[in-house]
Design a binder for this molecule. Structure first.
Ligand SMILES: [Zn+2]
Length: 500
């Protein structure tokens, strides 16, 4: 018995070795519609047999072919085969295993496939991306070759050539007019010029039991200081919470008494010898007016702002998975607007504000007053700020007692007037080597003083670079503390119509 067992084992071990030496290998197929492509390795010439049964190598079948190539393609639509299932084998000195495929299915990514995508500037996924990279990996809609699928619109003003095609122009990409879409209309964003009033409705939404951060003027051992959490202000003189700060109609909350900057015992909220309190949404008009003046532009639209909310949500927005995952978020808030019977038809623009309180410090643990504070730990499903067709969507952190709320509103609203981002993403396949952050301001468009000598460090930030940081060296940047350091840079000024 023992001898026999040994012999069988030896036999089993030898067979695979012999097979791998002489037989054909790496046989693979891919199907695109009715066309099948076989790939394989071995020693030419190769024999190929395709048939409706698995008797590979027998006479007959749908197809026999002989080739010296490592790849073989054939359109199988000639074959009468209701099951659409085909068996195949490839032979050099011996036959491969018998494989099969189904026609009419897609087993490999098709570079020409139209992939639905949601972009900056377009809601509801009606824009189509016909790039073979697929939308999810593309960080700049201008390179996505995207248009709305049926008689739709250009991705951006830059893609539009008003002299070509039917009335209204046609969409272009770098290769020329997009195939089959020569009738696509140009959709030019209005520019931020002219003396007119624009109605902007800001609708705020908050999860149930939302908490807000505070900015306080505090007594601090006989002097005063400003803190960004009430919790650490043992003897507050006056406090404003996050909502009071971002919604203040005058553009900025004002403490009843504010000591001169040099008498504040902490440097928080002081820059260049001045106290700088975060601005509210209403500051957008003054900001734009001052920036326009720098370009000699005096006539710009004024936003008439109305704020509704915060409306309490009994659920959370859908969780997003990536940068371009906007569709569900936009739809969620559109439904909430309907549910709350808010009539938006009267307004030129809508700003949806989601108040995300994750991270807000609620207090100090009474049993451990000097230890870890109690904070809001719930994941409130924040999303990436973005601009839709006539709407902007902001996900703001209610712990941030800083300029971010006003900054983000201005940034996203500028997108509505043709401004493009002046940063690149530091993640994903399109990230340049020099950028290792979430986002990096570009040179020269993303820096205010590209002609400065030496160029770096810059002294201010560009509003269309996310959060408008100061670039101290390409790819390295530090945050700006207030809108006074955040300017409308040249590229943006041109895009919104302030310069030729
Ligand atoms: Zn942007």
């Amino acid at each position: 018995m023992k001898k026999i067992e040994k012999a069988i084992l030896l036999f089993l071990m030898i067979i695979p070795v012999i097979q791998s030496v002489s037989a054909i290998s790496n046989v693979q197929h891919s199907v695109d519609g009715n066309k099948v492509t076989l790939n394989y390795q071995g020693t030419p010439p190769f024999w190929i047999n395709l048939r409706g049964d698995s008797n590979i190598g027998q006479a007959g079948g749908y197809l026999w072919a002989k080739t010296n190539s490592n790849s073989f393609s054939y359109d199988m639509s000639f074959a009468v085969n209701p099951s659409k299932k085909f068996y195949y084998g490839v032979k050099d000195s011996s036959w491969s295993n018998v494989n099969n495929f189904l026609i009419g299915e897609l087993t490999t990514p098709n570079p020409n496939k139209t992939v639905p995508c949601q972009h900056f500037g377009y809601k509801y996924g009606t824009a189509k991306c016909i790039s073979n990279k697929g939308c999810s990996v593309i960080t700049d809609f201008d390179i996505c070759d995207c248009i709305k699928s049926n008689g739709g619109e250009c991705c951006s003003d830059e893609d539009c050539n008003l002299n070509i095609g039917v009335k209204g122009g046609a969409c272009l990409n770098k290769q020329g007019i997009l195939n089959g879409n020569s009738g696509a209309k140009c959709y030019l964003k209005p520019q931020l010029t002219g003396n007119k009033k624009l109605k902007l409705l800001i609708i705020e939404f908050a999860p149930k039991d939302v908490s807000y951060g505070s900015i306080c003027l505090c007594n601090y051992f006989g002097t005063k200081s400003i803190t960004n959490t009430k919790v650490y202000c043992k003897d507050p003189v006056q406090c404003f919470n996050y909502l009071e700060v971002i919604n203040n109609p005058s553009g900025q909350v004002k403490f009843d008494y504010m000591p001169p900057a040099n008498q504040l015992s902490s440097p928080n909220y002081v820059r260049d010898g001045e106290v700088r309190i975060p601005h509210s949404f209403y500051h957008i008009n003054q900001y734009l007016k001052e920036e326009a003046l720098k370009y000699g532009v005096t006539n710009i639209p004024e936003f008439e702002i109305e704020i509704k909310g915060p409306l309490m949500l009994d659920d959370l927005p859908p969780k997003t998975t990536g940068l371009f995952d906007y569709y569900n978020v936009d739809q969620y808030f559109d439904e909430k607007i309907n549910e709350n019977n808010i009539d938006i038809s009267d307004f030129d623009y809508i700003a949806i504000i989601y108040l995300n309180d994750e991270g807000v410090i609620l207090g100090l643990n009474p049993s451990d007053p000097y230890g870890v504070p109690i904070i809001v730990e719930e994941d409130r499903h924040p999303f990436v700020n973005h601009a839709g067709d006539k709407s902007v969507y902001l996900s703001l952190k209610t712990q941030n007692m800083n300029e971010l709320a006003a900054h983000i509103l201005i940034h996203e609203m500028l997108h509505q007037f043709g401004a493009s981002d002046t940063y690149v993403q530091g993640e994903g396949p399109n990230a340049p080597e020099w950028c290792t952050h979430f986002s990096c301001c570009t040179d020269p468009d993303g820096i205010p003083e590209p002609n400065k000598v030496p160029k770096y460090p810059q002294t201010k930030g560009c509003i269309m670079c996310a959060e408008a940081p100061i670039v101290i060296e390409l790819g390295k940047q530090i945050p700006t503390s207030d809108l006074g350091q955040q300017v409308i840079c040249e590229k943006t000024a041109k895009e919104i119509g302030w310069t030729g």
